[in-house]
Write a new protein. Structure first.
Length: 233
């Protein structure tokens, strides 16, 4: 019996899908819903993307996109950013939250890019992770969206959905990233990262779905009786 046939049987019998069936169904469903995966953060080059992703920590993409035009009008490259004081940067980015830490990180990473990378954002995950304010997730996003390198950035939202859909039992985002990379081909990682985010925002929100509401949850687990408890990231 083919994978498609197994999926049909599971749907007809109302039984939960196997992991292989879940992976195939989720992949097909997300590609159908989101054939295009535009980058949610407005940017013009790797540097402005790096700054936007840094600002998005504990902040919505919409808010970041409202704030960055004012910042980039004053400085959209490391050479210009280092001429601004930390206090000036902080005043502009305050609506994004965590402005004391983020403003210092933006100023210092700009200095380091000039000192060690000729003012260019390095297309290297390890080098990115050494920059102030740039963790593994931020570096992975930049590698994927600025340089097209296959990564699978996992935030708390992707971590939650992956558990609801039975793709991982990860206790943290590191373990979830590992499991998602094993589940899907490398050619799908970058698009899936965004497709899962898009679906989570539209259908499988933190409060709007508990593992028994959205189409993917109910298709993968039609017999689920209780809310899905997820490990916190």
């Amino acid at each position: 019996m083919t994978r498609a046939s197994h999926l049909t049987v599971s749907k007809l019998t109302g039984s939960n899908l196997s992991k292989a069936e879940r992976i195939a169904y989720i992949d097909d469903k997300l590609q159908a819903l989101y054939p295009e995966t535009p980058v949610p953060l407005d940017h013009t080059d790797p540097y402005t993307l790096l700054i936007a992703v840094l600002l998005s920590a504990q902040c919505t993409d919409e808010r970041v996109n409202q704030v960055t035009p004012g910042l980039f009008a004053k400085a959209d490259c490391p050479e210009e950013m280092v001429t601004l004081s930390v206090e000036t940067i902080r005043g502009i980015i305050r609506p994004c939250g965590l402005s004391p830490q983020k403003s210092k990180a933006i100023h210092r990473l700009s200095e380091l890019l000039l000192a060690h990378h000729e003012g260019q954002v390095p297309a290297d995950l390890e080098a990115l992770e050494k920059l102030p304010g740039v963790g593994h997730k931020t570096a992975s996003v930049v590698m994927a969206q600025a340089f097209g390198m296959p990564t699978f950035p996992v935030d708390t939202h992707i971590h939650r959905l992956a558990q609801r859909w039975g793709l991982t039992r990860g206790r943290n985002v590191v373990e979830t990233e590992r499991d998602l990379k094993r589940a899907f081909p490398k050619t799908r990682w970058n698009a899936l990262h965004l497709q899962i985010i898009f679906y989570g925002r539209e259908y499988c929100t933190a409060r709007g779905c508990d593992g028994r509401v959205c189409e993917i949850c109910t298709t993968c687990y039609p017999t689920r009786k209780h809310p899905k408890r997820c490990n916190k990231a």
